[in-house]
Design a binder for this molecule. Structure first.
Ligand code: ADP
Ligand code: MG
Length: 261
């Protein structure tokens, strides 16, 4: 990237130095070039929504940011730690995973643990908190996502919407600097989508830095500072939601939006 592009990018991400920066990231699954020279920065407090058709590489991109996927070239900086290609990240990998919270489409709760223990496990094991300290945090977070009365139950006793809110509380218990969401409402019955979006909305209002993959275009328009459209492993177009949704420049963006809006 040349200097002027660099400055433009920085300005785009509202002035402060980015908390996430992908530079020239390439990733292949065998012969499939699933991330093609991806450059993307996210400023602190920014909410970036990633949209695109199924198979376009959205999950792969977001999974690379917290080191769940190796990549073959380029670099990814997360809060000053650098992830390098081909598994050369060393200690940064654990640091990044500790600082980044992730909520998946499938809630991925630990089925054998109570709701409270799902939330306290990482703070106790990774942060070395006492059970009492971690329980206090868990109870506060479970109250915040509206399920404090479910703390002693197990995941299968909760609805999908409740489980996803537990997953959110569990991620927040590690006090992440960045939250990643990969289609957090796609596995939910329609009547439960709203309660999860409400919990995410609160997080936006708190100023959390977020990267969100979603098909909820109304929500994207409402919360995003920037919408990024991905197609075939490339960032085709990005901009503020009103611009991207109302005046998409690229014909691929137009075609995608005409199918989903
Ligand atoms: P999206 O989240 O946008 O639907 P993904 O990032 O999941 O897209 O996948 C992008 C492409 O990479 C798809 O063609 C998918 O089949 C392929 N892919 C994803 N994960 C793997 C994997 N572990 N091995 C091989 N191919 C994969
Ligand atoms: Mg996906």
């Amino acid at each position: 990237m040349n200097d002027s592009a660099n400055r433009q990018e920085t300005a785009q991400s509202s002035g402060s130095s980015p908390i996430v920066r992908l530079e020239g990231v390439n990733k292949h699954f065998g012969r499939l070039h699933v991330m093609q020279d991806i450059d993307l920065s996210v400023a602190q407090g920014e909410v970036v929504v990633i949209i695109g058709a199924s198979g376009s590489g959205k999950s792969t991109l977001i999974r690379c940011v917290n080191g769940l996927e190796p990549f073959q070239s380029g670099r990814i900086e997360v809060d000053g730690k650098t992830l390098l290609p081909n598994g050369a990240s060393g200690k940064s990998l654990q640091a990044v995973r500790t600082e980044v919270g992730m909520v998946f489409q499938q809630f991925n709760l630990f089925p054998h643990l109570s709701i409270r223990d799902n939330v306290t496990l990482a703070p106790r094991k990774v942060r070395g908190m006492t059970r009492r300290q971690a329980n206090a945090i868990a109870d506060r977070l479970l109250e915040r996502v509206g399920i404090s009365d479910q703390a002693d139950k197990h995941p299968t006793q909760l609805s999908g919407g409740q489980q996803q809110r537990v997953a959110l509380a569990r991620a927040l218990a590690m006090e992440p600097r960045l939250m990643l969401f990969d289609e957090p409402t796609s596995a939910l019955d329609p009547e439960m989508i709203g309660e999860v979006l409400d919990a995410m909305r609160e997080l936006v209002n708190d100023g959390m830095t977020m990267m969100i993959v979603t098909h909820e275009m109304g929500f994207a328009r409402e919360v995003a500072d920037r919408v990024v459209f991905v197609h075939g492993g490339q960032i085709v177009e990005q901009g503020p939601p009103d611009q991207l949704f109302d005046q998409p420049r690229h014909e691929r963006t137009q075609a995608f939006l005409s199918r989903v809006l």
